[in-house]
Design a protein around this ligand. Structure first.
Ligand code: SF4
Length: 175
């Protein structure tokens, strides 16, 4: 059975910067995965040592870099108070990779938009609510380690993929 690394905030854990959880778009599927014992929850920011609540943070880059640039040292993560929190974001990304490898996770469902967990967009570093295409630092690290990252809106697609893969061989319906 495929185990799935998942953003802890998608499971109702109040670990977001503002002390809330994140609404899950597919509670039925997530609930079934949980009952099946598939889920490996992690908040990379809390794992790295951030407290909750904490100031919001965004990726800052002169060249519009995202989480991959953060890992490469070409972009930074700053919080809204102007504190450079890059090191903790890199640490959290590494812990996510370690967790995925420990549990053999080839897929992760992460909360989009986060400077850690974003998989299609992040915010532009101006703290003005401006989204830009890009990925977070944890997503970049997981992808580099061969883990496929899905946003919470793509849960049905991942479920369909896993449903096909998990069928035992020779169970094709007879016509
Ligand atoms: S770092 Fe990821 S898991 Fe943690 S609160 Fe942010 S989006 Fe959720």
């Amino acid at each position: 059975m495929e185990l799935i690394l998942i953003s802890a905030c998608l499971l109702g854990r109040p670990v977001r910067y503002n002390g809330t959880s994140k609404t899950c778009d597919s509670p039925d599927i997530i609930g079934r995965w949980s009952r099946e014992g598939r889920l490996v929850p992690l908040c990379p920011e809390v794992a790295a040592g951030f407290s909750t609540p904490r100031p919001p943070a965004e990726i800052v880059s002169e060249l519009r870099g995202d989480g991959a640039a953060v890992l490469a040292g070409a972009a930074w993560v700053m919080d809204s108070a102007g504190v450079d929190v890059t090191d903790l974001f890199v640490k959290g990304a590494g812990q996510a990779v370690e967790m995925a490898q420990r549990f053999g996770c080839r897929h992760a469902v992460l909360t989009d938009g986060s400077p850690s967990c974003g998989s299609s967009f992040v915010y532009d570093g101006t703290f003005s609510g401006t989204a830009v295409p890009g990925i977070g630092a944890t997503t970049a690290a997981l992808q580099a380690a061969g883990v496929r990252v899905w946003s919470q809106t793509a849960v049905p697609e991942l479920d369909a993929l896993l449903s096909g893969r998990d069928q035992p061989p020779n169970t094709q319906p007879r016509i």
